[in-house]
Design a protein around this ligand. Structure first.
Ligand code: NAD
Ligand code: DAU
Length: 335
């Protein structure tokens, strides 16, 4: 990997992509090109404090073969984050998910195939569907695909395209499927930032259903270090699950946020549940840890959450412009 000079990062203005760009610039000498359509979820302010001579921004659609060709022609490797990423949105308007997550990934793979570019595909644990609430079973690389939502089914489809392009055309690709990320620069439509910013605005956090659903939380910076490890040492054609043993129910997370922000732990509201709401995700990341030697740095969720709350407290200028539109979408859905 260290013979690489130019890294193309799709979706680098989004939540995890921008955290990855921060991580790469801090830990390597690579030059980064960000290819991003700057949808409602893309925000150049997330890259504003970085050394501007270390990266280039190309505004464009990953489903546009012209801009993808231009971006790929100078890249030694691509890390592909760009996606429509929010389950709730996919339930109300699935079309952009098919276009970006499937056609966009196809367009990138074709360009990587022409140029022989190393390709790392970012995916999600949601491709595996969900696990029973009771029990200790966890997802592994051998778990069968069983996606539930339009979002997760398009991510599953994109994973399958990558596998086929490796086998049929020899594209040098790896895939990672990660659990729920938290940290700075996450759009306020997502669970943790929505609740923090609701509290900052004097509103109660909103929990879907009974709040018993479980997610497996990992700090976005740990996701970034795992991806860099796979880019460096991963075996072509292989899939790696990324997780940090962070299983918590939504109720537990909201109570922790409330207490850390100085409110009673029960000052939340239960609202309409998500259709088809996955019950529980849990990742077994032994393969990544044992074969590639990766370890998460943010072992302690409480501490990571505290830092994240502090980040939203001190970055209202970053999140305020998103808040009203996100809440209007939720209000229309009774959430
Ligand atoms: P996000 O919604 O915050 O960011 C997505 C980015 O992609 C935005 O900058 C957006 O402008 C860009 N984008 C969207 N459509 C595009 C297009 N057609 N062309 C170019 N750019 C486009 O998403 P995120 O939460 O940062 O997720 C990033 C990736 O990580 C996704 O592939 C997602 O499936 C995956 N993932 C997310 C999580 C999570 O917890 N958020 C967990 C595992 C995997
Ligand atoms: O598991 C990885 C996935 O994690 C990624 O692939 C997705 O891109 C990412 O958005 C995330 O999906 P979730 O649907 O799990 O995340 P979300 O933040 O939307 O919701 C987390 C949990 O909180 C889920 O059980 C729904 C619940 N929820 C969410 C919101 C926004 C609430 O109870 N209240 C809310 O207001």
């Amino acid at each position: 990997m260290w013979s690489m000079r130019n890294l193309l990062v799709t979706g680098g203005a989004g939540f995890i992509g921008s955290n990855f760009v921060h991580h790469v610039l801090a830990h390597t000498d690579l030059h980064v090109t960000v290819l991003d359509k700057l949808t409602y979820a893309g925000n150049l302010a997330s890259l504003a404090d970085l050394p501007q001579n270390r990266f280039t921004i190309l505004e464009g659609d990953i489903a546009d073969p012209g801009i993808v060709e231009q971006a790929m022609s100078t890249a030694d490797a691509v890390v592909h984050y760009a996606a429509e990423s929010h389950n709730d949105n996919s339930l109300h308007d699935p079309e952009p998910f098919l276009q970006t997550n499937i056609v966009g990934t196809y367009t990138l793979l074709e360009a990587a195939r022409r140029h022989g570019t190393r390709f790392h595909h970012i995916s999600t644990d949601e491709v595996y569907g969900d696990l029973p609430l009771e029990g200790t079973e966890r997802f592994t690389e051998a778990t069968a695909y069983n996606p539930s939502s339009p979002y997760s089914s398009t991510k599953a489809g994109s994973d399958m395209l990558v596998r086929a392009w490796v086998r049929s055309f020899g594209v040098r690709a790896t895939i990672s499927n990660c659990s729920n990320n938290y940290g700075p620069f996450q759009h306020v439509e997502k669970f943790i930032p929505r609740q923090i910013t609701n509290i900052l605005d004097g509103h109660r956090p909103k929990i879907y259903g009974e709040g018993t659903n479980v997610r497996d939380w990992i700090h976005a910076d740990d996701h970034s270090s795992a991806v860099l490890t796979i880019l460096d040492k991963g075996i072509i054609g292989q899939t790696y699950l990324i997780g940090a043993d962070g299983e918590l129910s939504n109720l537990a997370v909201v109570r922790q946020i409330l207490v850390q922000m100085g409110h009673p732990a029960d000052a939340f509201e239960l609202v309409t549940d998500r259709a088809g709401h996955d019950l529980r995700y849990a990742i077994d990341s032994s393969k990544l840890r044992n074969e590639l030697g990766w370890r998460p740095a943010f072992g302690d969720f409480d501490h990571g959450l505290e830092q994240t709350i502090e980040w939203y407290r001190s970055h209202e200028d970053w999140w305020r412009p998103q808040k009203a539109a996100a809440e209007a979408r939720y209000a229309a859905q009774g959430q």
